[in-house]
Design a protein around this ligand. Structure first.
Ligand code: GUN
Length: 295
């Protein structure tokens, strides 16, 4: 079997078109432009490239967008003050603090400081709790993108055996929580594997849908995948530079071998990555719509 390639580069423009229409209608009917501020502490190259892409997407959609470049040495207190300022700014509907933060800053404290109604990343404990009880206001962007890729490519999630490799707060835990909900585009049986899992392959081989966010190249090889499985690769590993000076990327799965066994697979780059940014735009639009009770 040669797998169908599920590309975020193809699905995400369709969702951006939908966002664009709703944005124009929100402006026309309520005079509201979705506003997003991205805050980056220091100049970690990966974080800079993510935030630049988020800013570009916001501008392309006609959002009001601001970028705060904060020096690495900023105090926790000053960062919390900056967040408080945007919590009070009515032109800003979404606040995103790019992670990871420098070691001297308490990440949990920073995430708690963001107004949950402006938490377009969905990382505030209130939003994490809402997700758990099936009352989510914002879905974290990468899990939301994964779910949309599955739904929009016609993959049946209802009743599927889903195996998630990785238990991060950004991907592994929230995607598992989303897919177990008794809801459309969910209702799966989900197993979460992690570095403490004894026999990883025994679990991954049972998966109808295998979602890998392990942070390790070739963590999943072809012998670990069931014939006909759907494989979603969330990994973004930098493995050098292209001759043009761009970062060379690979995912967490052995793409070339697994594409001969799976029924569908996402590539890296061009798979989950473009979806994450698009879902951030959708969350920002939703945050703006909430202010006028449109959703
Ligand atoms: N770092 C890696 N992924 C993310 C993300 O989705 N949001 C934020 N804020 N930081 C990240």
């Amino acid at each position: 079997m040669t797998a169908r390639i599920i590309r975020g580069t193809e699905i995400s423009p369709i969702i951006r078109e939908e966002i664009d229409k709703e944005t124009k209608s929100l402006k026309l009917q309520h005079g509201i432009t979705p506003g997003l501020v991205t805050i980056i502490v220091g100049q970690n190259p990966a974080s800079v490239s993510y935030v630049t892409a988020k800013q570009k997407a916001a501008k392309d959609l006609g959002f009001y967008s601001l970028q705060e470049d904060v020096p690495e040495e900023v105090t926790e207190e000053a960062l919390l003050e900056l967040i408080a300022q945007y919590n009070d700014d009515t032109a800003i509907h979404g606040i995103l603090v790019q992670l990871p933060l420098p070691k001297h800053i308490n990440e949990t404290k920073v995430l708690y400081a963001i107004d949950p109604d402006k938490d377009v990343d969905g990382f505030h404990p209130v939003n994490v709790g809402r997700l758990m009880i099936g009352e989510a206001k914002f879905y974290p962007c990468t899990p939301y993108g994964i779910q949309q890729m599955l739904v929009r490519s016609g993959v049946t999630i209802d009743g599927a055996e889903v195996v998630v490799v990785g238990r991060s707060n950004i991907v592994g835990k929230p995607i598992a929580m989303m897919l177990i909900q008794k809801a459309e585009g969910a209702n799966a049986t989900v197993t979460i594997c992690h570095t403490g899992t004894k026999d990883l392959a025994a679990h991954t081989r049972k998966a109808d849908i295998l979602i890998v966010a392990a942070g390790k190249p070739k963590a999943i090889t072809a012998d670990m995948v069931k014939e006909g499985a759907v494989v979603i690769d969330v990994g973004v590993n930098r493995i050098g530079m292209t001759p043009e000076g761009k970062a060379k990327l690979c995912g967490d799965v052995d793409f070339d071998a697994i594409k001969e066994k799976a029924s569908a697979i996402t590539p890296v780059p061009g798979g989950v990555g473009p979806m994450t940014i698009t879902m951030l735009m959708l969350n920002t639009l939703r945050a703006a719509q909430f202010t006028v009770g449109k959703r």
